[in-house]
Design a protein around this ligand. Structure first.
Ligand code: PLP
Length: 450
């Protein structure tokens, strides 16, 4: 490793950090992480904290998952790369597809298409959705619907269905034919509705209205996260996603579940779709599929969609899509080990129990600190704390405030993530009750310092 002076001097000199203004990284030096063990990370100054961000919602099994590391190194020795484009395959990816089929069968998803990450998975599902309709002779179904505040990655397709202006404006014009409906966000919504069940019905009515306005025969798919993540952890009312599913079915619109965050236990259920009892047509996955140790993803495809592609006699079902790293054997080996460890360590149960502790603890902080306007979560280890300048008006706090909370919380033992006025907590799913207490007391220290 280069010495401390070199790293600090060059942290943002020849390196642009994603999702940050280059001038900001030059002014506020990003924390340089140099090591990690279990659920803790260590920085260049030797300061060790609980990682309440979980990498980037992906290090579900923590940083010391030996079976995954060994699977990666073992596979590098055996077969470091081979493509699965037309005419070739590799043994590891075949085994993984069969494992994923078993894992996702309760969601009705029985085929896998491999990618190198979440944005690739979203792009894949959006493209295959259009192709599905073309095979079936409905070539006019080309539009996409999605939720405001949703996040679907950064490719042009994903950015076009994203529902947050921060990820869109600089890159417009985006894909035509992408339309958004209000998210079931109880704390702030255009209906001023504070009852989650009634709000879900209003958002579903807005979806019906948009479909009627666009014309159902022009719409390929609706894409949504089972729990909105990057948009500020927004769990919908349990009636919402099943409602979306039945509206989509009624109008022949495919349902894409963007499970890049929610698959593999984060919500305290094996998948976000299963949490709500929904069977989507596609599920986009990435992140925790390899515990963040290798860039990898998979789009899971419903049996009914697979049948349309596999029984095509029109010549329209050749998949003109794929990535050099689709089905990478090292990623596949990592994913196989992750699935086995996720089951062996009962992380889904732990995510549910520790998630409740974190959510209840965050609500207790709200009773103590007026700066907190809303606490969202209650489904596994996805919690957001939304800060406000004034609870009555819900006006946004000064931009320096979340950064100040983050800084003090870090010094007090926890790395937290800031997204606008939200503090986002998405720690590894293996953390203990004592680790949750560390996160909560670090947050308390952050709020007390304001
Ligand atoms: N979809 C969702 C729901 C996400 O949260 C993310 C990333 O956070 C993506 C897609 C994009 O994934 P990636 O950053 O791996 O491209």
């Amino acid at each position: 490793m280069k010495d401390e002076n070199f790293l600090k001097a060059n942290n943002a000199r020849s390196l642009w950090h994603p999702m940050t203004a280059p001038s900001d990284s030059l002014k506020n030096a990003p924390t340089i992480v140099t090591g990690a063990q279990g659920v803790r990370i260590t920085d260049l100054d030797g300061h060790e904290v609980v990682d309440a961000v979980g990498g980037l919602w992906n290090v579900n099994l923590g940083y010391s998952c030996q079976p995954v590391k060994e699977a990666i190194t073992g596979q590098l020795d055996r077969l470091p790369y081979y493509s699965i484009f037309r005419g070739t395959s590799n043994d590891c990816v075949i085994e993984l597809a069969e494992e994923l089929r078993t894992f996702f069968e309760p969601d009705g998803l029985t085929r896998a298409f491999f990618t190198s990450g979440g944005s690739d998975s979203v792009e894949t599902a959006l493209r295959l959705a259009r192709q599905y309709h073309k095979i079936r002779g409905e070539a006019g179904r080309v539009k996409y619907l999605s939720l405001k505040k949703g996040y679907h990655g950064t490719h042009f397709g994903g950015a076009s269905v994203n529902g947050n202006a921060n990820f869109r404006t600089a890159y417009e014009p985006l894909l035509p034919g992408c339309h958004h409906i209000p998210a079931p966000y109880t704390y702030r919504n255009p209906f001023n509705e504070t009852d989650p069940a009634r709000l879900a019905q209003l958002c579903l009515a807005a979806l019906e209205d948009e479909i009627a306005f666009q014309g159902a025969a022009t719409i390929a798919a609706f894409i949504m996260e089972p729990i909105l993540g990057a948009g500020g952890v927004i769990p919908p009312h349990p009636s919402f996603m099943p409602g979306v599913e039945s509206i989509c079915r009624k109008h022949g619109i495919l349902l894409i579940a963007d499970e890049v965050i929610t698959a593999f236990g984060r919500t305290g259920a094996w998948t976000g779709s299963r949490l709500w009892g929904v069977k989507p047509d596609f599920a986009c996955t990435a992140k925790a599929i390899t515990n963040g140790y290798f860039p990898f993803g998979a789009v899971m495809i419903a049996e009914s969609v697979a049948q349309v592609f596999e029984s095509d006699a029109t010549g329209k079902a050749a998949i003109g899509h794929g990535y050099t790293y689709s089905g990478h054997p090292v990623g596949a080996a990592a994913a196989l080990a992750c699935l086995a460890e996720t089951k062996r360590l009962n992380v889904v149960e732990n995510a549910a129990a520790r998630g409740t502790q974190l959510y209840e603890g965050a609500k207790a902080l709200m009773a103590k600190h007026d700066i907190i306007g809303d606490v969202r979560g209650g489904h596994g280890l996805m919690t957001a704390i939304e800060l406000v300048a004034d609870r009555a008006t819900k006006s946004a706090p000064d931009k320096a405030i979340p950064a100040r909370v983050q800084e003090v919380a870090y010094r007090s033992g926890a790395m937290i993530r800031i997204s606008g006025p939200n503090i986002i907590l998405s720690p590894p799913l293996i953390l203990t009750a004592a680790d949750v207490d560390v996160i909560l007391s670090a947050l308390d220290a952050g709020f007390l310092a304001l």
